[in-house]
Ligand binder design. Structure first.
Ligand code: GDP
Ligand code: ZN
Length: 461
């Protein structure tokens, strides 16, 4: 395959004093040589691969020295894109980096599209689709745990697992082919069906295992949208502030994408909480009052977690009871606040109003009970099993949807086998399952999907 040479600012993870402009493609080294000058005068093209060089960038038109830089030279194929890659490390802010990029573009590189480096790695066979998607997740990861999920996926763990399932299916398909080619043995069908049932059952169980991790994986990836509700003055703002203070708030600005949003997250024991409508809570204290019961019910329904705050020093009111109603059936934690004051609330009644809902008591004034609350939040969604590092999480909505489809087709195959349907008919469902699983790793996907997926990436990756 031939690709032109692309370039982009590739700001490394975390803030650093160094910015990197990355070049990839057949002409990467030649373009760099036009502007990069080492003190000793040697050209990059004559240097060995995977080496770092000090020198200056000089604008060939004006002869002006633009920047003092370090240049990393990585020749194909042992690079991220499997093409020649040159990385220009320059210090200084955005102005300096932009000047370097402009110079490189002027000398013949093309500005990379979002995700184009990763796309090339994919197209050149360096990584598969699920790994490419993991690169994007990594960029957006909000907590260490979310990052670990992305890292194991990028490492190819999900791909290997899917590969194993497809291999098992392929083996049964091969068996069927053999049988069709040698029909003179009439007991072959009896041999093939049990094998097929065995393999398909195994594949189905593995898919189920993966799907069981999906809700947690999704939470890690996208955050747990959390709404704090309660009557005026019960301590909602205090709760919000204490969550934000104890857990460094993460403000993510997803740059370079069409969805340039700024959202506020807090990291609670590795679980990113997306505080929904926090501004609203701050301003008017009460979303029910502000947007009305019906609309707030809708906001509540979209939330993954409700923190319903009650005042321990007051009796339950009609308003409180209405809130209980509004959140029934949802993942809710009851926070009974102000335990430092004499208790007036009827705890028996609170328990009656909730079934199976975790109740935590706090005194936000005295900074008590917040640990228990955090534990309750983490426990509600992860029950401690997040520590089991050997689990492979599926977090990506596209993967989850495909796994559900694969589960349906494999079930069809198993159902047909049970009913004594001929093996070459069952084979159709097995083949379909194999194809669907292939879409996860990009084996059987269309170009349009590939383009769409990669266009969601950040520039420079
Ligand atoms: P909101 O209206 O629900 O947002 O409640 P706020 O967080 O603004 O708190 C209302 C009042 O209750 C403030 O004066 C807080 O200082 C006070 N408050 C909050 N938590 C506690 C607590 O645990 N104990 C006591 N005694 N007062 C609290
Ligand atoms: Zn308040």
């Amino acid at each position: 395959m031939h690709f032109d040479t692309i370039a982009a600012i590739s700001t490394p993870m975390g803030e650093g004093a160094i910015s990197i402009v990355r070049l990839s493609g057949d002409e990467a080294v030649q373009i760099a040589d036009k502007i990069f000058h080492k003190p000793a005068g040697k050209k990059l093209i004559d240097e060995p691969s995977h080496t770092i060089h000090y020198g200056h960038l000089i604008d060939p038109t004006s002869g002006e020295t633009v920047e003092e830089v370090m240049v990393s030279l990585m020749k194909a194929p042992k690079t991220f894109t499997r093409e020649d890659v040159v990385e220009v490390n320059c210090h200084g802010g955005i102005v300096a980096v932009n000047r370097v990029l402009q110079l490189i573009l002027k000398e013949g590189a093309r500005l990379a599209e979002p995700g184009e480096f990763t796309k090339r790695a994919f197209l050149n066979g360096r990584i598969d689709l699920s790994q490419s998607e993991a690169v994007m997740d990594l960029i957006r990861a909000k907590t260490d745990r979310a990052m670990n999920v992305a890292l194991t996926q990028m490492d190819g763990k999900l791909s290997r697992l899917i590969g194993g399932l497809r291999q098992a299916l392929l083996e049964t398909l091969a068996q069927v082919e053999v049988n069709i080619d040698y029909p003179e043995y009439d007991d072959v069908e009896e041999m093939t069906i049990p094998l097929m049932i065995q393999k398909c059952t195994w594949v189905k169980e593995e898919i189920d295992k993966l799907l069981r991790t999906s809700s947690q994986g999704k939470i890690l990836r996208e955050g747990l949208s959390t709404v704090i509700i309660g009557r005026p003055n019960v301590g909602k703002s205090s709760l919000l502030n204490s969550l934000i203070q104890e857990n460094k708030a993460i403000v993510t600005n997803i740059a370079g994408t069409t969805r340039d949003i700024i959202e506020e997250y807090v990291n609670v024991r590795g679980v990113p909480l997306r505080l929904v409508d926090t501004a609203g809570i701050r301003e008017t204290e009460d979303i029910v009052e502000r947007i009305g019961v019906e609309k707030s019910r809708k906001v509540l329904k979209e939330a993954d977690l409700i923190l319903l705050v009650l005042d321990s020093a007051e009796e339950l009111t009609i308003e409180d009871e209405r809130l209980f109603e509004a959140v029934s059936g949802m993942d809710t934690i009851i926070v009974i606040n102000k335990t430092d004051l004499p208790r007036k609330i009827d705890l028996v009644r609170v328990k009656q109003l909730t079934s199976n809902v975790k109740i935590v008591t706090t005194s936000l004034l005295k900074d008590e009970g917040v640990d228990e609350l955090e534990e309750a939040i983490a426990g509600l969604f992860f029950e401690g099993n997040l520590e089991a590092g050997d689990l492979t999480y599926v977090s990506n909505a596209r993967h989850i949807a495909l796994l559900h489809n694969a589960r349906t087709t494999i079930e069809d195959a198993l159902g047909a086998a049970d009913e004594g349907v001929p093996v070459d008919i069952i084979q159709i469902d097995v083949t379909r399952t194999w194809e669907i699983l292939g879409e996860i790793i990009g084996d059987t996907v269309q170009d349009s999907l590939i383009n769409q997926l990669f266009s969601q990436f950040c520039l420079g990756k």
